[in-house]
Design a protein around this ligand. Structure first.
Ligand SMILES: Nc1nc2c(ncn2[C@@H]2O[C@H](COP(=O)(O)OP(=O)(O)OP(=O)(O)O)[C@@H](O)[C@H]2O)c(=O)[nH]1
Ligand SMILES: [Zn+2]
Length: 404
């Protein structure tokens, strides 16, 4: 046994002894509630690491630290799964201070360290375990800020309907986000009943997403569920992203076997109402595993801090290595291998256009970010007003124009 301390009883009797801080290494074998919600072996290690790095905070003097998972974000409060079931939780004062000082914000999917006194609303969030993946985008509006969509996701379903919503350029945008997240992307072409030539669309999508599984499903006709089930299985966390109306909620209902999303319990006490709770929630799948719904996106500005562009446009980057000039922009330069690939029909011209566009967008974000931090470091008194609508925004809307 690798971690003899791991299986000490953490959930049963709470030991008020401070020894529990270092000894309560993880989950007892006979408690499978968090395992149902995606807790796997790797989290035991992360749990020990986190607990050992923490001091004993005020709340932890009378209650031991316990693991939990965030399943919903209501703003001030979070919906969490603890050993006892669903609870509302809030950040400790110390955590909030850290966050206000620019520290990280917990997100849906996070495994966390809590203290609980058994009461419904008394759960405190002390710490977040190191994430295995972060699905994030550039926050809507003109702020330069990362917005976390979901964390600790194994597979990301990029959902695109096989109707007029279908748009390969938008899929490329989602792929950049996916590759940056650390989750494995799977493209799900939904509403296959609305298309007469699904095989054509599958092939077309394959071309722009080398190495990414592409599947077609119809929730309406019940076709392709087995293709989704291979990812949505025990111990796995799946999240869905895609435009508004692409069929994400319908897929969740289909996989969970629920007509209504099963959040009533939490929603009843949620003063912020129905709308917010139908979004960005984590649901349990009947055979194990969890699935996260995310809001339909009207726009998606990518937040590139990884190799998302390089992986999404790997074919272009490979051709570019063969260009005559190292700094070739693939315009009219002599000996451009990318142009040649386009002329021979190997690469689509609009794919190159999108590649340039995504690079411009990221460069613009980075410039803006630099400006903001420069401005923040000076007096804010004479700071120039923000532009209302940047050029990048118009380009994002162009990609999302067809969707609601
Ligand atoms: N024909 C057909 N329609 C579908 C299918 N799946 C979903 N729809 C319809 O598409 C519409 C949008 O589906 P939703 O599941 O609400 O889409 P969503 O992506 O969750 O939308 P947001 O919540 O706005 O992000 C609904 O009217 C569904 O009935 C399908 O397989 N075939
Ligand atoms: Zn070139």
């Amino acid at each position: 046994m690798l971690f003899p301390a791991v299986f000490l009883c953490l959930f049963g009797e709470v030991e008020n002894d401070l020894r529990t801080k270092s000894e309560n290494g993880g989950l007892p074998l006979n408690n499978n509630r968090l395992e149902q919600w995606g807790w796997a072996e790797e989290w035991n290690k992360k749990w020990i690491k986190t607990i050992e790095s923490m001091s004993v905070e005020e709340e932890a003097i009378t209650a031991a630290y316990e693991p939990a998972r965030i399943i919903a974000d209501y703003g001030q409060k979070f919906g969490v799964i603890t050993a006892e079931g669903r609870r509302f939780a809030s950040l400790t004062g110390k955590f909030r201070q850290r966050q206000e000082a620019g520290g990280m914000k917990p997100g849906v999917g996070d495994f966390i360290v809590i203290t609980s006194h058994g009461a419904q609303d008394d759960v405190k969030v002390h710490e977040v375990l190191e994430r295995s993946s972060i699905i994030a985008r550039q926050a809507a509006g003109n702020e330069t800020k990362e917005q976390i969509i979901a964390t600790n996701v194994n597979t990301l379903f990029i959902v695109c309907a096989l109707n007029k919503d279908y748009n390969v350029r938008r899929l490329e945008r989602y792929l950049i986000l996916a590759w940056n997240s650390g989750a494995n992307p799977v493209i799900v072409l939904s509403k296959s009943d609305l298309n007469d030539d699904v095989a054509f669309r599958l092939a077309e999508t394959d071309e722009i997403a080398p190495g990414v599984p592409v599947i077609a499903v119809s929730a309406k006709l019940g076709i392709g569920k087995d293709l989704l089930d291979q990812y949505a299985c025990p111990g796995q966390t799946v999240a869905l992203i895609g435009s508004s109306g692409s069929g994400k909620s319908t897929i969740i209902n289909w996989l969970t076997g629920q007509e209504e999303q099963i959040t009533q319990e939490v929603r009843d006490d949620d003063s912020r109402g129905r709308h917010t709770t139908t979004h960005r929630e984590l649901f349990l799948l009947p055979d194990g595993g969890v699935i996260i719904d995310t809001p339909g996106m009207r726009e998606l500005s990518i937040w590139d801090d990884g190799d998302g562009i390089a992986r999404t446009f790997d074919d272009i980057e490979q051709w570019a290595k063969q260009c005559y000039f190292d700094d070739c922009q693939h315009g009219r330069e002599k000996g451009c291998a990318v142009r040649e690939a386009i002329e021979t029909g190997t690469v689509d011209a609009s794919r190159l256009t999108n590649y340039h566009k995504m690079q411009r967008e990221i460069a613009y974000q980075l410039r803006k970010e630099a400006e903001v931090s420069k401005r923040n470091s000076k007096s804010t008194k004479n700071a120039p007003r923000r532009k209302k609508r940047g050029e990048w925004r118009a380009e994002v809307e162009e990609d999302f124009g067809a969707s609601k």
